[in-house]
Design a protein around this ligand. Sequence first.
Ligand code: COS
Length: 383
Amino acid sequence: MSDQFRPSEEQEMLRASVRALAEDKIAPRAAEIDETGEFPWDVHAALVAADFHAVHIPEAYEGAGADAVASCIVVEEVARACAASSLIPAVNKLGTQGMILSGSEDLKRRYLPLVARGEAMFSYALSEPEAGSDAASMRTRAVADGDEWVLNGVKRWITNAGVSSYYTVMAVTDPDAGANGISAFVVHGDDEGFSLGAPEKKMGIKGSPTRELYFDNIRLPGDRIIGAPGTGFKTALRTLDHTRPTIAAQAVGIAQGALDYAVGYVKERKQFGRAIAEFQGLQFMLADMAMHLEAARQLTYAAAARTDAGDPDATFFASAAKCFASDAAMQITTDAVQLLGGYGYTRDYPVERMMRDVKITQIYEGTNQIQRLVMARQVLRAR
Ligand code: COS
């Protein structure tokens, strides 16, 4: 495998067609989506019509069968226009990846075509009020009862909760077995005993609802378990190895959107009798932004390629890409606001939204402190 990411002609064509859709149907809506905080069903419909809403689903289950690199291209290009909208393809992958990796053939045939056809979305439910970074300390419990499981507990910070029809939920099935006593299940939004908390009032990605899930004695048929009992935590972590590159791609996309806007602005804005792009102090800022952005993109696609190939370094690369790209994107979007001066600080321009939106990429799918912990373990193990 090459260590450098050079897009193929097919990947360039995919990028161009997602960009065209994003510029036509998503970018004009981005400010309004942020302002109203409503889930953009029109954007969802446009993504489904173009088959960009869940490209990762294998062809055997009616999906587009896109690899991880192509999935990242889709998320990056949608995020360049609207970060909240990019969570439609990103969360569909996060929600179904565990089933793709560990689920029975029967489960895959039952659920994946629904997502592939755009008839349902799938969310991922790992975190709890008292179990964030320390995910294995979760308390949600599933107790076997005959052929069924009885589920009780609370999940928090669930992206696209309420708009998703299905949830991949990790729950303790053997309290004495620690991380190896956790199992993964499919929960339906209309299961009896399922309810939702109020939407969180967030800094950014406002068009993507984040809510709690409550499970009150939900009776799950035995065939709703994903993989064998006790394998759910590993399935959850393996899922994140596949999806942290997607978050890296989201960060790269948001940062590219901010850089593109700032470049256009500095060429037009005049001070001291000339375009501010002519001042070297600003040129150096633009150079640093572009340099860090390209480094982040290279690492993101190197990580994505490794997840597909089942490379032993995939865990390291996924964490490195997510951490590096989100830190770089936070700096780039902050600098974009700076380049626009006072205008950048107002909602009349998109860069303050991009700066708010990108902050979450340093936090979700594992904080960047956890990414460093994962990377350090991999580095020490390798040696
Ligand atoms: N893939 C498969 N298995 C993995 C794995 C991976 N990437 N990483 C660890 N495992 C295995 C371990 O080998 C261990 O199995 P054994 O007991 O059989 O050896 C098991 O999973 C438990 O792993 P570990 O002991 O490393 O678990 P810890 O409790 O120490 O925590 C961290 C692991 C901190 C890395 C994990 O809890 C984590 O990623 N936290 C962040 C959670 C997160 O990202 N939340 C966001 C949710 S999405 S918004």
